[in-house]
Design a protein around this ligand. Structure first.
Ligand SMILES: Cc1cc2nc3c(=O)[nH]c(=O)nc-3n(C[C@H](O)[C@H](O)[C@H](O)COP(=O)(O)O)c2cc1C
Length: 323
């Protein structure tokens, strides 16, 4: 392999840290902010539909696949249920210059399950295997990884993980819940630890995922479970400093924090706004609500910001507050 960045990560740092793929969250704007203020060891795009990439809808999806050189190593995440579309989409990821391709076998949402995609693939191991093989065929030199859960309706790590290991992906991220559990129960790190034991000697890297709030907790979980890497998702909301342990949010002033929020909003508009708006401004509200927290007057400011409809109104309120 020309660029085995996974092995490099494993060699250089234990555990290494990844920013999780999150639809409409880990987009190019967030990844740029995170890269600047606290870069993790590896980044993932939000998931993109293989079926869409292989249809006339492709042009609409391409903006979701933009990335910058400073984000490397960057992995594109794909979802779907048709091996031929994974193969074709993997070729496209190679052309776009991604470092790797991750297959989503973990999304528990109804609309994805209905398509036979995401976590439904745990319930259909033959198709899952075909998809991995097809993706590898299309990927050329790019390394293929998988993000999955510990089971479909119940924990089936002992059956499911060996099936994936047989296909020799470069890495597997284990989210410590079943599809049925959605996000309703705490992630089970004992089962992730079991996964590490099962994968021992396979050469496949294991990342653990679920409920990690900060680097310290990630290191502790990695020590207990033996995972090579830790993937963090929701804790990034309002905290792009998350992966920069020296800049815990507590040490930053409100001014610095809200200044970065303005920068984040401006980047979002640069990537997804403009005349042919790609994503609605309202998607930024999840981030805004998370940045504006934990200081005197935050609640009132948040309420005011939630009523805005565009970048201009929002940044004006923020700039006025900061003056
Ligand atoms: C808003 C949101 C969007 C998500 N989108 C994706 C996605 O596109 N692909 C994926 O594999 N997982 C997705 N996930 C799951 C996360 O990657 C991660 O597995 C989950 O949030 C648990 O990790 P955490 O407790 O650190 O947040 C999403 C989660 C959230 C909250």
């Amino acid at each position: 392999m020309s660029n085995n960045f996974w092995k490099k990560l494993q060699k250089n740092k234990k555990p290494f840290f990844a920013l999780a793929p999150m639809v409409d969250v880990s987009d190019a704007a967030l990844r740029q902010i995170v890269t600047k203020y606290g870069k993790p060891d590896i980044l993932f795009t939000e998931f993109v539909a293989c079926d869409g990439l292989c249809s006339i809808g492709k042009e609409k999806l391409m903006p979701l696949l933009q990335f910058s050189e400073n984000e490397r190593p960057i992995v594109a995440q794909l979802f779907g249920s048709k091996p031929e579309n994974f193969e074709e989409s993997a070729k496209l990821m190679a052309e776009l210059g991604f470092d790797g391709i991750d297959i989503n076998m973990g999304c528990p949402q109804k609309n994805i399950i209905k398509q036979g995609a995401g976590a439904k693939l745990i319930d259909n191991p033959e198709l899952a295997k075909e998809i991995i093989r097809a993706t590898k065929r299309g990927a050329g030199d790019l390394l293929v990884s998988i993000k999955t859960r510990i089971g479909y309706k119940k924990n089936e790590i002992e059956k499911w993980l060996p099936i994936l290991l047989e296909e020799k992906p470069a890495a597997i991220t284990l989210h410590g819940r079943t599809q049925k559990e959605m996000s309703k129960v705490p992630a089970n790190w004992d089962i992730i630890k079991k996964g590490v034991e099962i994968a021992k000697g396979s050469g496949v890297l294991i990342l653990g995922n679920g409920d990690i709030k900060n680097i310290e907790e990630g290191i502790k979980r990695a020590e207990e479970s033996g995972v090579d890497g830790v993937m963090i998702g929701r804790a990034i909301f309002g905290n792009p400093w998350l992966f920069n342990n020296d800049l815990a949010v507590g040490v930053l002033s409100i001014k610095e924090k809200l200044g970065v929020l303005i920068e984040h909003i401006e980047l979002y508009e640069k990537f997804y706004g403009g005349e042919e708006r790609i994503k609605p401004f309202n998607l930024m509200k999840k981030h805004i609500g998370a940045y504006v927290r934990g200081f005197k007057g935050a609640k009132e400011l948040r309420i005011e910001l939630m009523k805005t409809e565009n970048e201009k109104e929002t940044t004006e309120i923020l700039k006025k507050y900061l003056n």
